[in-house]
Ligand binder design. Structure first.
Ligand code: KG4
Ligand code: ZN
Length: 365
């Protein structure tokens, strides 16, 4: 069995600056010793989206202090940690540079190994930190930049079963909110409005439903929302509520179909070998109660455990990056050279092919 590891993690791939110290004990159990996240929401909200240059500058200004704070909260110094893990992709290149360079400098100065972590791997392994989940399991990542269904087989072994061919789900929420005049970020605003709306008033499209492939598509939905709003303009508050509720309804039904097929495939591939199959959800959209209820019900019906880590670990954070570093180190995977470069695109599954029509780049794609 592996040793007790304490890892310092750094995350700067989008609009959260974060640092964390995580412990992985000799039995593979995780504990967050110190964790700080600084959101740049205010800096970006006036622009209705993440502005890369503003994000990079904000990371530079905050990161040193956050690393110090994370170490302080954990009650350790740099010399007490076993390695440094920094997100090196995918994401906005300016921010990645800030975090990775900081990680490299600290590794160099302290003589500790550096793990250049894939941000998606951080999301993929979080359920092992929070719930001690055993491999293999399915993970649905739904954020502003990603919508992927991933088979998590082992540390460093992932299969992408599905991805979006256009917009990420969070992006669809944000764009829908924008065209309805709701504030940024759109997800929470749409969810709030939907509470008093009629989910059956509009019949919005559910692209790819019924298809055997496990991919997603959300750009048509956004267009349908615009057309619906234009056709009844000027919209009242009740119209907005009805559109939002119908929009969420279309997404729920889409997820039911797409993820339902994913669960069936998992059962087929691991029949007899996995006693308690599980679906993990991550990403900011996982905060949505309607979607959570849909996934919970789907899992209940199919004999799957549904695992939604606490929201602060579903959205971007450095604990998941530290944990991914710890898992890599414990698995005996090699540390990275100090000349490792950040990558704005970095699929978790090296065999995953770019999809036809894939060209849209979300905040983090
Ligand atoms: O994971 P996250 O914090 O950052 C990214 O990595 O993108 O996700 C942010 C996304 C945004 O698109 C936001 O609108 C969406 O998650 N989101 C929600 C909700 N809360 C945040 N979408 C739907 N319902 C919510 N309650
Ligand atoms: Zn993320």
């Amino acid at each position: 069995m592996s040793a007790r590891l304490r890892i310092l993690g750094i995350e700067t791939s989008c609009d959260e600056t974060a640092a964390s110290v995580v412990l992985r004990d000799e039995n593979g159990r995780g504990e967050i010793l110190g964790d700080v996240v600084l959101s740049q929401l205010e800096e970006h909200s006036v622009y209705g989206g993440v502005v890369p240059e503003i994000a990079a500058r904000a990371h530079v200004e905050a990161l040193d202090m956050l690393v110090e704070e994370a170490l302080l909260r954990a009650g350790v110094t740099l010399s007490d940690v076993d390695a440094i893990a920094a997100t090196s992709g995918p994401g906005l290149i300016g921010g990645l540079l800030v975090g990775l360079m900081t990680g490299k400098a600290m590794a160099r100065a302290s003589g500790k190994p550096l793990y250049a972590v894939n941000h998606l791997e951080g999301h993929a392994l979080t359920a092992r930190l929070t719930d001690g989940l055993a491999f293999p399991y399915l993970m649905l990542l739904v954020s502003g930049g990603h919508t992927q269904l991933i088979l998590v087989k082992d540390v460093g072994v992932y299969e992408r079963w599905g991805t979006t061919i256009d917009d990420a789900l969070g992006e669809a929420f944000d764009k829908t909110a924008k065209l309805l005049g709701l504030p940024y970020p759109g997800g929470p605003a749409v969810e709030r409005a939907a509470k008093s709306g009629n989910p059956d008033r509009f019949s919005f499209p559910r692209p790819l439903v019924g298809e055997a492939r496990l991919d997603f598509s959300f750009s048509g939905l956004k267009t349908a929302v615009r057309q619906a709003a234009q056709s009844i303009a000027p919209v009242t508050e009740q119209d907005i509520a009805d559109i939002c509720a119908s929009f969420q309804n279309a997404i729920s039904r889409t997820l039911k179909d797409r993820i339902g097929r994913g669960l069936a495939r998992f059962k087929g591939e691991f029949a007899g070998s996995v006693e308690h199959p599980a679906l993990v959800v991550a990403g900011g959209v996982a905060a949505n109660q309607t979607l959570r209820a849909t996934l919970q019900e789907l899992c209940d019906r199919n004999g799957f455990r549904f695992i939604a880590p606490p929201l602060q670990l579903c959205t971007d954070n450095a604990a998941m990056i530290a944990w991914a570093g710890a898992e890599r180190m414990a698995a005996g995977l090699p540390a990275d050279d100090l000349d490792v470069a950040p990558r704005s695109r970095w699929p978790l599954d090296a065999d995953a092919k770019a999809l036809i029509g894939f060209g849209k780049r979300g905040a983090k794609a």
